[in-house]
Design a protein around this ligand. Structure first.
Ligand code: NAD
Ligand code: AKB
Length: 313
């Protein structure tokens, strides 16, 4: 029997739906509780409604359910965040502070905080971006995550909170649909190809961004959280990488399976956001400290995405 009781916030989103299923395989269904402000699409285990801005409710639920670890996924992403900057700051930053305080008060033992490549900005070298680089994010989402990273680092150093974090690249998976992000095109494009529809891409064809397949992202998260404390040297968001590609390159892979598939490029406001992020990431610290290794490149991911999505269609 696992002695860990895990709570995921924002668990009905793109990553939470897949990560919670994997955590349930490791820790047991009843020991992994999902939460969100929306109802889950399917009933796969214990769920409770928690709005991360309702501090009291979060604290009560954590105590009542005897939670030992929180995977704090609740957030508003880069594109949606630009429609309501102050709300985005509130959810993304104040939500994190509430969770960090649960760690500081010794109510929970461990916290996972997902940071992002959106912390990078115009002052960051774009190619093979190192761990420690200037951060001047262009979105409120990126600002909230960069500030969140600093607070994670501070709470660890000052109060000994065991908080662990990665800067996820854009995540691609067949199990769930992303929304509100700048990297969402890389999932939408597969759905269009399989449905036999032309895809209108909101980024320009040569916009290169770092990306990762969902199984790698979920495995990285669990491996980081299960690593012995002494191996974790970075508390403000490890760089994490797998592949980098452009819309034209992902299209070229998909067209091998669907020769009639067509794409048109109509860049919108997300183009400017994408151009402010890195093209590729140097994640040597994660590889050295906790032995991170990715398994999927663009070719292998495309094969797996198409196999899985065609089974569902
Ligand atoms: P998502 O937008 O799919 O899911 C976020 C979830 O948070 C949603 O289900 C939403 O209902 C919930 N939420 C929003 N406001 C809330 C509130 N006030 N209280 C509680 N829940 C609330 O996002 P995702 O792609 O699953 O991302 C999960 C985490 O990983 C986020 O913190 C995100 O910043 C980070 N991340 C994701 C990616 C990616 O490509 N998916 C990349 C980098 C970082
Ligand atoms: C987004 O595009 O906002 C996310 C992210 C990279 O953080 N997918």
């Amino acid at each position: 029997m696992s002695k860990e009781k895990i709570l995921l916030t924002g668990a009905n989103g793109q990553i939470g739906t897949v990560l919670s299923a994997e955590l349930r395989k490791v820790y047991g269904t009843e020991n992994v509780i999902t939460s969100d402000i929306t109802k889950p699409k399917s009933n796969l285990g214990p769920f409770c409604f928690i709005d991360i801005l309702n501090k009291q409710r979060l604290i009560e639920q954590v105590k009542e359910l005897e939670i030992t670890q929180v995977y704090h996924l609740a957030a508003i992403l880069s594109a949606s965040g630009e429609w309501n900057p102050l709300k985005t700051w509130d959810v993304n930053f104040n939500g994190l502070l509430t969770v960090l305080n649960l760690g500081k008060e010794g109510i929970i033992d461990k916290i996972f905080f997902p940071s992002t490549i959106a912390v990078f900005g115009k002052t960051t070298p774009r190619v093979n971006t190192n761990q420690d680089v200037p951060l001047l994010p262009t979105t409120v989402y990126g600002m909230s995550k960069a500030t969140g990273e600093n607070w994670c680092n501070y709470y660890h150093k000052r109060y000994g909170v065991d908080v662990r974090s990665v800067r996820y690249p854009g995540i691609i998976g067949h199990q769930s649909i992303p929304s509100g992000g700048t990297t969402d095109y890389a999932v939408e494009i597969y759905h269009s190809a399989i449905a036999g529809k032309e895809y209108t891409c909101f980024l320009d064809k040569d916009t290169r961004l770092p990306m990762m397949y969902m199984p790698d992202a979920v495995r990285a998260t669990i491996e980081l959280m299960e690593s012995p404390k002494e191996k974790i040297n970075i508390r403000y968001g490890y760089n994490l990488a797998a592949m980098s590609f452009t819309p034209a390159e992902i299209y070229s892979e998909i067209v091998k399976y669907y020769p009639d598939f067509k794409i048109v490029y109509k860049p919108d406001f997300r183009q400017e956001i994408a151009e402010s992020w890195s093209e590729s990431i140097d994640d040597s610290e994660a590889r050295a400290d906790w032995n991170w290794q990715h398994a999927y490149d663009l070719e292998k991911m495309t094969k797996d995405m198409i196999e899985n999505l065609t089974k569902k269609s």
